[in-house]
Design a protein around this ligand. Sequence first.
Ligand SMILES: Nc1ncnc2c1ncn2[C@@H]1O[C@H](COP(=O)(O)OP(=O)(O)O)[C@@H](O)[C@H]1O
Ligand SMILES: [Mg+2]
Length: 330
Amino acid sequence: MTDTAAEAGETEAETGPVPGSVIETRGLTKRYRGGQLAVDGLDLAVPAGSVFGFLGPNGSGKTTTIRMLMGLIAPTSGTAHVLGCRMPAASRTVLPQVGALIEGPALYPFLTGRGNLVRFDSADPAADPRTRRARVENALDRVGLAAAAGKKARTYSLGMKQRLGLAAALLQPRGLLVLDEPTNGLDPQGMREIRSLVRDLAAEGTTVFLSSHLLDEIEQVCTHAAVMARGRLLVQGPVAELAAGARGRLAVTTPDPGDAARILAEHGATGLVTEGDRVSADAPPGGTEPADLNAALVRGGVRVRAFGIERASLEDAFVALTGEGFDVAG
Ligand SMILES: Nc1ncnc2c1ncn2[C@@H]1O[C@H](COP(=O)(O)OP(=O)(O)O)[C@@H](O)[C@H]1O
Ligand SMILES: [Mg+2]
């Protein structure tokens, strides 16, 4: 992140949002009354037009951050700007421009899914009643809820409630969507549908900020990501760069695994693992070209059946950053 404002000698309080960022936080911190430090000095910058994955294990501070962004709770310290305006002060002007789905959408249990959307749409003073019907049907359709629209919301599964909450966020076209764990409670097919919807929305020009505790989810749909652990930001940037930060693993398949491991080690490879006829290792740092490693193996008499680099995933990046696995429990 550039820090030109700070270089110009401005204080943090005077520093406005970076142009081109639809969400920006500086030192954003939340300590709950019980003393729990849920978000700790968060500096986040979400570029306009991105699909931004806000990633972290359960309890890492994602929902707390989103609640501060949406003006639902006040930060203990630090600032948050959304669409260029300071939150929570500007809630009344900002929130009508943002579609939001936050943990456990508040639904009317005794209304149908369709009835819920009609009620939400009616509560929006900017929504023209004459076109309400079309908006509601369109939103139901987009989230795949058209067939179940006549059922009471209290009979909905968690995944269907999640879809209905998402439909409510889609009633009006918005420049920014903020979705807290939008695929919670959905089966793999439902997750695919939501990913495809997010891609469509992004293609229409909506910036989508979505949280998830599922790495895979973020890798498949997001252009950018930020990784949280225990209330702190570990890293943020384009997904391709984050994954590239972790080195890929070399993998060699050979009937001579002992010789292969020895030669790889001689060329600086570390983290060697031999399983049957397969030897894998971390690529040497700064290092030897994979093609040269392969040539060295062959020169050393190793019969190479297959040689490749497994692309590093976000999970590899997370493990490299934290030294621990990504906890997906709960
Ligand atoms: N209302 C609250 N009061 C006290 N502690 C809370 C409250 N909400 C969340 N926490 C704590 O703050 C931390 C971050 O929680 P949360 O923001 O919900 O994380 P995430 O959404 O990443 O799972 C957790 O340790 C959680 O127990
Ligand atoms: Mg959460």
